[in-house]
Ligand binder design. Structure first.
Ligand code: NAP
Length: 265
C-alpha cells in the first residue's frame, strides 16, 4: 500500500496506459480521479475499479480546454479535499510528415499533448504548493527523444513535455513537489493492437533490443514508483521504460544480412 490515502488524478485513464496506472494506484491504496474526454468509458472504468470498495471517481474533461485542468482539480477538491498526485497521461498520436502537416493538425496535437499537460500541472501545482506536497508525472514518448518519420507535431509536443518536466521540477523543488516523466517505448494497448498491422509489429519487435512490445502494467509500475515515497529524491528525471529502444543503434542481424554483429569464429 505504497500510496495509502493519497489522492491521484490520472488524465486519459478511461483506457490504455492511463487505466493501468489508475488500477495500480487503486491497488496501492490511493483514491483516484479519472479525467477523460470519453465520459462513458471513464465512468465504466471508475465503477470497475471501485468494485472492491475503493474510492474512484470520473469526470469528463478535455485537457485542451483553457479551463479543463482547473475543472479537474476543482472536482477532485470537492470529492477528496486534496491533490497529491497528477499523472498527465491524456494524449493523441499523429502520423504526419512535417511538410504535409497543416497548422490545424500541428496545433491540435501540441494543444492536447503539451498545452493540456501544462494547464493541468498549473492547476494541480497551485494546490500542491498550498499542501507543501505533490508528485507530477508526465507521460512522454520515445518520439520526443529520437527523430522518426511522421512524428513532427507529436515528437515536438513530447520533447516539449520532457523539458517542461525539468523546468517545473526545478521551480517547485523547494515546495515539496517532485516532477518527473516516463518515456514509454512501444506499448501494446487495445488501441495499439487495433492500429498496428503485422508489419509494424514485426518492425518494432526487431528494433526493440528486448524484442517485444511493453505492456501497460510496465508503465504503471514506473508510475507507482514515481508517485511513492521511494522516489522522493528523484526530481526532473525522464525514466525510459522502453526495452532498451532509446539506447539502441544498429540492431543485428540487419534485415537480409547474415552478419550477426558477433566476431566470426
Ligand atoms: P489511448 O489508449 O488512446 O488512451 C488515451 C485516453 O486519453 C483515451 O481515453 C482518450 O479518449 C483520452 N483523451 C484523448 N484526448 C483527450 C483530451 N483532450 N482530454 C482528455 N482525455 C483525452 O492511449 P495510450 O496508448 O494508452 O497512451 C497514453 C499516453 O501514453 C499518451 O500520452 C501517449 O502519447 C503515451 N504513449 C503511448 C505509447 C503506446 O505505445 N501506447 C507509447 C509512448 C507514449 P478518446 O479515445 O476518446 O480520444
Amino acid at each position: 500500500m505504497r500510496l495509502k490515502d493519497r489522492v491521484a488524478i490520472v488524465t486519459g485513464a478511461a483506457q490504455g496506459i492511463g487505466k493501468a496506472i489508475a488500477t495500480a494506484y487503486v491497488n496501492e491504496g490511493a483514491r483516484v480521479v479519472i479525467g477523460d474526454i470519453n465520459a462513458d468509458l471513464a465512468a465504466q472504468t471508475a465503477s470497475e475499479l471501485a468494485k472492491d470498495g475503493s474510492e474512484v471517481r470520473s469526470i469528463r474533461v478535455d485537457v485542451a480546454d483553457a479551463t479543463g485542468g482547473q475543472e479537474l482539480v476543482a472536482y477532485t477538491m470537492r470529492e477528496f479535499g486534496r491533490v497529491d498526485i497528477l499523472v498527465n497521461n491524456a494524449g493523441i498520436g499523429a502520423n504526419k510528415r512535417a511538410l504535409e502537416c497543416s497548422l490545424e493538425e500541428w496545433e491540435r496535437v501540441i494543444r492536447i499533448n503539451l498545452t493540456g499537460a501544462f494547464l493541468c500541472s498549473q492547476a494541480a501545482g497551485r494546490q500542491m504548493v498550498k499542501q507543501g506536497y505533490g508528485k507530477i508525472i508526465n507521460i512522454c514518448s520515445l518520439s520526443g527523444q529520437r527523430g522518426g518519420i511522421g512524428r513532427a507535431p507529436y515528437g515536438a509536443a513530447k520533447a516539449g513535455l520532457e523539458l517542461l518536466t525539468k523546468v517545473m521540477a526545478v521551480e517547485l523543488a523547494e515546495e515539496g513537489i517532485n516532477v518527473n516523466d516516463i518515456v514509454p517505448g512501444p506499448i501494446m494497448t487495445d488501441v495499439g493492437r487495433a492500429m498496428h498491422d503485422r508489419a509494424t509489429v514485426e518492425a518494432y519487435e526487431f528494433l526493440v533490443p528486448q524484442r517485444r512490445y511493453g505492456v501497460p502494467d510496465e508503465i504503471a509500475n514506473a508510475a507507482v514508483f514515481l508517485a511513492s515515497a521511494e522516489s522522493d529524491y528523484v526530481n526532473g528525471h525522464s525514466l525510459n521504460v522502453d526495452g532498451g529502444f532509446q539506447a539502441a543503434g544498429l540492431m543485428y542481424p540487419l534485415p537480409g544480412s547474415s552478419d550477426t554483429g558477433r566476431e566470426k569464429q
